[in-house]
Design a protein around this ligand. Structure first.
Ligand code: FES
Length: 115
């Protein structure tokens, strides 16, 4: 695991998220009230880009495709895919799976992620 500088803190305003490619992996960095966090870039359901999703409840990311919600700090599934109606058929094949998370630190105005 290596620490990579991904951006400056001002590049991601509070309440927003942004995708990066770091050390051969695609990640999304989130700026929450209490700091910066990072997860894998694609939803574990059927791989939607989470950077096109939105932050809800202050600390969760909602997938743009079928509205699965994950805790940004832990990667844990809060709600699995539930949109549109009928998606549950697909869920029989694509069971709940947490997002991978990455350690983030901030130093000298730079956001660093361990990948
Ligand atoms: S791809 Fe994210 S909920 Fe289906």
């Amino acid at each position: 695991m290596k620490q990579h500088v991904v951006c400056r803190t001002e590049e991601i305003p509070k309440g927003q998220l942004k995708a990066f490619r770091v050390g051969g992996e695609k990640i999304v960095v989130y700026h929450l009230k209490d700091g910066f966090y990072a997860t894998q870039a694609h939803c574990t359901h059927v791989f939607a880009p989470l950077a096109r999703g939105k932050i809800v409840d202050g600390c969760r990311v909602q997938c743009p495709f079928h509205h699965a919600r994950f805790d940004i700090r832990t990667g844990e599934v809060i709600d699995w895919a539930n949109f549109p109606p009928g998606i549950q058929l697909l869920n029989a094949l694509r069971g709940e799976k947490a997002l991978k998370t990455y350690k983030v630190s901030v130093r000298d105005g730079e956001v660093r992620v361990s990948v």
